[in-house]
Write a protein that binds this ligand. Structure first.
Ligand code: PMP
Length: 428
């Protein structure tokens, strides 16, 4: 494929935007080469500035679960925009989407909307600290909760891709309040709690990790965390920015039947516009300003265009009783197809999958945490990535990311993808 115009646009962008991108993982640093500039997208396909058609397995890193330019979302945004784009005053649509979200997700009474997943997680942790009157938090190596200071300690996603899981600029004072545990290692969590008795406000976790590739919780890990939190008066925060409105209507809480104390959302909840949210029972949410003492705010929070997009998206997901099953079936089909082809070509690999999240790791070992995720052969991944791209399939430009399956993918698209894997496997 030809990427002449994309390369030229990237060279221009590099002059005025650091690294030419507004979010690091877009820069292709992990895989080499120059990023592709998108002109437009529809359904399962991206069309780039060189007029290549690519099947998209990133889908804006999750939000486009029903495909690009999904008509009800586009219509809702266009109609709203005609009536004004921001007021900084309450609007009815905020209550509508809040009511719908509260009806879809278990264990929440109230929800507060923000502008990104980062803001949602950052605000949830502040609320947990204020509510429990404790300072320390536990996070898991390889989990990513946005770029707020407290979370840039062994963070996954772009932070891992660039080898800077601990960012300069995060003070030692902040870092000391973030305790680090290994995903799926309950003994490790217990030891941290013992060593920091009565000091831990919350445990924040991706209930299915998606930022070190896809890593499912194993052996009742989430249930055991719930028990530990109850025993020690610690709040359990599910970061459902990826899993929310993706794995089920009620997200991972519903799929695994585990109650979280605070739930964070992003991505799908905004239908592709900048939205995040955090939610909990009344007792906790009423601790938030203006009702309670924990401060949190936003000029553009609850923005009408963003709320219109989110409401159209959640309405579609809520109405369609089969959508999550259909997504899981498509993902399973892709999993089986890729596994067969890689096996036939004797390529060492592990595939992890939950619902419509899937990742291919070029390593034999089971991938259960950050250490095992990091064992994957990055050279093989780079060749795989570029091979897929040259065959018209766009996957995340990093081995530490999940692929997001969209309902817009047809079985022909999946077969096309599996055939591409077969071609690329010969070159690995
Ligand atoms: N939490 C998780 C689980 C995420 O995957 C992400 C983003 N990939 C975030 C939080 C941060 O969201 P945002 O990029 O919207 O700030």
């Amino acid at each position: 494929m030809i990427y002449k115009r994309s390369s030229a646009l990237f060279a221009e962008a590099e002059k005025v935007i650091p690294g030419g991108v507004n979010s690091p993982v877009r820069a292709f640093k992990g895989v080499g080469g120059t990023p592709i500039f998108v002109k437009e997208a529809k359904g399962a396909y991206l069309f780039d500035e060189d007029d290549n058609r690519l099947i998209d397995y990133i889908n804006s890193w999750g939000p486009m679960i029903l495909g690009h330019a999904y008509q009800p979302v586009v219509d809702a945004v266009v109609e709203k925009a005609k009536k004004g784009t921001s007021f900084g005053m309450p609007t009815e649509i905020e209550t509508k989407i809040a009511e719908l979200a509260v009806s879809m997700v278990p264990n929440i009474d109230k929800i507060r909307f923000v502008n990104s997943g980062t803001e949602a997680c950052m605000s949830a942790v502040r609320l947990a600290r204020g509510y429990t009157k404790k300072d320390k938090i536990i996070k898991f190596a390889g989990c990513y909760h946005g770029h707020s200071d407290s979370f840039l300690i062994q963070a996954g996603s772009g932070a891992s891709t660039f080898g800077v899981p601990n960012s300069p600029g995060v003070t030692a004072g902040t870092a000391k309040d973030t305790l680090l545990a290994n995903y799926n290692d309950i003994e490790n969590v217990k030891a941290l709690i013992e060593a920091n008795k009565n000091e831990i406000a919350c445990i924040i976790i991706e209930p299915v990790a998606g930022n070190m590739g896809c890593v499912p919780p194993k052996n009742d890990f989430l249930a055991k965390l719930r028990l530990l939190c109850d025993e020690h008066d610690i709040l359990l925060i599910f970061d459902e920015v990826m899993t929310g409105f993706r794995l089920a209507k009620g997200g991972a809480q519903e799929l695994y039947n585990i109650k979280a104390d605070i739930v964070c959302f992003g991505k799908v909840i905004g239908g592709g516009l900048p939205v995040g949210a955090f939610a909990a029972k009344n007792e906790i949410m009423n601790y938030l300003a203006p009702l309670g003492p924990v401060y949190q705010a936003g000029t553009l929070s609850g923005n009408p265009l963003a709320m219109a997009a989110g409401l159209a998206m959640l309405t579609a997901l809520n109405k369609d009783g089969e959508v999550f099953k259909r997504l899981a079936n498509k993902t399973e089909y892709l999993h089986n197809g890729i596994a067969n082809v890689l096996n036939e070509n004797n390529i060492t690999h592990t595939i992890n999958r939950v619902g419509s999240m899937i990742s291919v790791h070029f390593d034999e070992a089971e991938v259960v945490d950050f250490k095992t995720a990091a064992l994957g052969n990055n050279e093989t991944f780079k060749t795989f990535f570029h091979g897929m791209l040259n065959n018209g399939v766009y996957i995340a430009p990093s081995a530490f990311e999940t692929w997001f399956i969209t309902d817009a993918l047809s079985y022909e698209d999946l077969d096309f993808t599996i055939a591409a894997v077969n071609k690329v496997a010969k070159t690995l």
